[in-house]
Design a protein around this ligand. Sequence first.
Ligand code: APR
Length: 317
Amino acid sequence: KTNANVAVLGASGGIGQPLSLLMKLSPFVTRLSLYDIAHTPGVGADLSHISTKAQVKGFLGPEQLSDCLKGAEVVLIPAGVPRKPGMTRDDLFNTNASIVRDLVAACADVCPKAMLCIITNPVNSTVPIAAEVLKQKGVYDPNRVFGVTTLDSVRAVTFIAEAKELSVKSINLPIIGGHSGVTIIPLISQCTPAVSFPQEQRDKLTVRIQNAGTEVVEAKAGAGSATLSMAYAAAKFAESLIEAMGGADGKVECAYVQSDVTEATYFATPLLLGKNGIEKNLGIGNMIDYEKKLVDAAMPELKANIKKGEDFVNRSK
Ligand code: APR
């Protein structure tokens, strides 16, 4: 597919701007609609001068949200506040929950068939929020709602390539679970090419992958969380999805979606993508005991995060 209609909600932010740039550079996008509560006329004008085919337009403030979403096939949502040092992703809940709820409600009304890619944290909760809103509106399709966890894989590949002196291009490994701390579960035993580490090094690597976001938050010292790497990862996911929507075979990405693979009702696993979003959930495969324990350790937090998101929408009905 080389004619996708993409909307970015929160397009003026630290993630939104580079993500919009990457979408403007994508060979798969013909229309790019940018929405935010600030600065979108400028961001839109700036990007519109780049000599690639996507037609760019900025939309500002709630009264222009519907126009932004008209005809959107893929909606990327990084709107919301980012973390500061000492905060967990869950600490963002109070502000970001209502932002996601309201943006997704508009998507349900204007582009109910669009693929929704949620970047706003805490993703473990904002995806259930999106699902509950869509259910209330009667347009929920679990194959079309994704929590974007691609950055976890991107980071893991980078760290493993460094440790093993391999080419980053050659490495693939599934990251399952959620998108926060202990809920992030790298399946290093399923890495291709196969890699092995002494236990202590594997523990360190696992913890580094789980806390990589915090590494960036601390290095940015109050200026926010990962933006450039997050934008790269979200663009990678969006391009795979758009290609699959156009009929490309074999596009597989991990994402956090509604799931019956474990007892958590939302869970990231590798997904085969197709014309209608998730074509097949590829599940977990064979885990070693070490990884099974990581899944068990993730469950209480993941389930609590999911419930918090669902309760938020159902309470504020
Ligand atoms: N509608 C649209 N845009 C909004 C809204 C809203 N209701 N509220 C805030 N925004 C916009 C802001 O105006 C800003 O341009 O969202 C953008 C957020 O940008 P930053 O503050 O720079 O945050 P960023 O680093 O991009 O992170 C955004 O993504 O990964 C997550 O944890 C991160 O939840 C955070 C989000």
